[in-house]
Design a protein around this ligand. Sequence first.
Ligand code: ATP
Ligand code: MG
Length: 416
Amino acid sequence: MNDLLPEDSAAWQYLEATIADVVQRYAYREIRFPVLEQTDLFKRSIGEVTDIVEKEMYTFDDRNDVSLTLRPEGTASCVRACEQHGMLYNQVQRLWYMGPMFRYEKPQKGRLRQFHQVGVETFGMDGPDVDAELLILSARLWEQLGIGNAVTLQLNTLGRSEDRARFKTDLVAYLNERKDQLDEDSQRRLDSNPLRILDSKSASTQALLDGAPTLLDYVDEESLLHFEQLKSILDTAGIKYDINPRLVRGLDYYGKTVFEWVTDRLGAQGTVCAGGRYDGLVEQLGGRPTPAVGFAMGIERLVLLLQELDVIPDSVTQVVDAYFISDGDVTTQALIQAEHIRKHIPWLRLQMHCGGGKFKRQMKKAVDSGATLALVLNEAGAKAGELTLKYLREEKDQQTLPLPAMIDLLQAAISE
Ligand code: ATP
Ligand code: MG
């Protein structure tokens, strides 16, 4: 579980603010739910024989011997909350959330035990139009962040659970005959979660799969039609995708559309956003049948990608615009003047030098702060109501002005 240090928090804030801005442009509303739920909720939704439930959950008994789990993902909690507050019956919902998730995994680059997701969920819409909306929304976000060229969309349809069950039987039969050629992980999965073998990272297993039955051949008419319509909207909207018949996702509740946005710029952990349709989940958790589709993106991986591609605007990492220095015994007046300036220019990030010291040393601090401007108040200026502006990154003459004129000058120099 990582600490987020100030040198990275600006990038996080920028990413979070950009996501919040984009989802709100599509009229999605934020929902917040607790980081803890009763363990049963995740077992019933994600599925007993999934990696998450079998070995990744942080589960403990509370003082009343109720089994609780730190949420490993947000969809189950979101459905629980919506159901509990009567938000799903006869209604359409477009929701998003953001926050920490917890999985006991082997930590590595892009894989942590406390990581952060932004999730987007929709309820009450069964057509391919809303599947397309989610993909269009995510493409808009990548474009806004400047990473559109570094991510590609993988798309598949899982059909209905009975189709998957038939496919699973045939796949297991095919692989059982060739069990000795499978990698170790896949041999284990053959009994527990055979569909996960499809996204095995082993090249020999992938080669073996070339001759295996394909899920697409098992998918029912209606799911296929849904898939065709989705593809046709994406084609018209100019969203490129690759069909990946082996994309299955690791959670049991998905059916019909599934997708992942992947990048080849982050090494092994290349999926930055993943999701799909889960029309059966609400009913499975005790509600009325409610179509649903959503996705979650990994904030850590997206921050890594932004850094890797060097697309974080300089203004994001620069935290100080102006640095205020007091030259002589004028500390109190300096604090008062700085406050006056902040009141008039709300977007200005003005850092006060505290703790006194020689003028030269204060100037060095000003330069080191990253500020573009220094404001200097000396004893004469304090008496006359004037202060001096020095340009730290440009060859420009300093200016000494009365406070109101200085405010005008600053306002022009530092735009909102
Ligand atoms: P993976 O195959 O990478 O383990 P997953 O199928 O478990 O992913 P989801 O549960 O669908 O992933 O989560 C959606 C996104 O959340 C992932 O695409 C990834 O960006 C991010 N994510 C998932 N697990 C982690 C983790 N342990 N650390 C950091 N990010 C994660
Ligand atoms: Mg995982």
